[in-house]
Design a protein around this ligand. Structure first.
Ligand SMILES: C[S@@+](CC[C@H](N)C(=O)[O-])C[C@H]1O[C@@H](n2cnc3c(N)ncnc32)[C@H](O)[C@@H]1O
Length: 217
């Protein structure tokens, strides 16, 4: 979990983000994102929320998706653009400096897949509710919502360990970046309550990281 809090520090130095994330997660996040991207089909229209340096957008485009990646951090987007150029994916990826608050500009029933890696935990409760409501509106019937993010453990002893780590690492991150992340509470329930059917949930051993696949009926 400390890993995912430390990411906030990396975000404040986008040039080091990709290498830092790989070192911090020992490549585990790459595997998670590969699994999520395996649900993208050739020609799918995909929206990547909080795309950052493009880890998920690039994978989705390599699977044949037509991707729009949105993020509020222009420096992260610049790096995503460099990757898209290097990998000859500029035709398939459109990167936009845009926040979740502007999702209401997107057409209803217009995306086959909406995905988000480690961005929901940066939103406050109202922003997350808004994003899930918009997801339900924007995704086509039968389309997918793919999420990988930090969550709060259920077991009491894991909650305590997690809580202590968060206090320590959260304080360091706040001192450096003046921001912090918020492990998500009841994410599957929130997604279900927004009108999605949950297709699968994978939670790690520490119970603090979720991979979730949901479908709009
Ligand atoms: C931890 S990074 C993850 C980036 C990328 N998805 C990845 O997994 O490498 C979280 C990203 O969410 C973006 N973000 C945070 N709040 C946002 C908002 N309200 N709208 C859009 N993007 C946001 C941040 O700028 C950051 O690039």
């Amino acid at each position: 979990m400390s890993t995912y809090i430390l990411m906030k520090i990396l975000e404040s130095a986008p040039k080091r983000y990709d290498l830092g994330i790989r070192l911090l997660t020992g490549g585990r996040l790459d595997k998670v994102y590969d699994r999520l991207a395996s649900h993208i089909k050739e020609g799918d229209k995909v929206l990547d929320i909080g795309c950052g340096t493009g880890a998920l957008s690039i994978r989705a485009a390599q699977k044949g998706g037509r991707v729009k990646g949105i993020d509020i951090n222009s420096q992260m987007l610049e790096i995503a653009q460099i990757w898209a150029n290097k990998l000859n994916l500029t035709e398939q990826i459109e990167l936009c400096e845009m926040g979740i608050a502007e999702l209401d500009r997107e057409e209803a029933d217009s995306y086959d897949v909406m995905m988000s890696g480690l961005c929901f935990s940066e939103l406050d409760d109202d922003e997350l509710s808004f994003t899930l409501r918009e997801a339900k509106r924007i995704i086509k019937p039968g389309g997918l919502l793919l999420v990988a993010d930090e969550v709060r453990p259920e077991k009491i002893y894991k909650k305590i360990i997690n809580g202590l780590r968060r206090i320590f690492f959260g304080a360091i991150v706040f001192i450096i970046t003046q921001t912090t992340t918020k492990a998500l509470k009841n994410l599957p329930e929130k997604i279900r309550d927004s009108g999605f059917d949950i297709k699968s949930i994978k939670i790690n051993r520490g119970e603090n990281f979720i991979e979730l696949i949901a479908r709009k009926p």
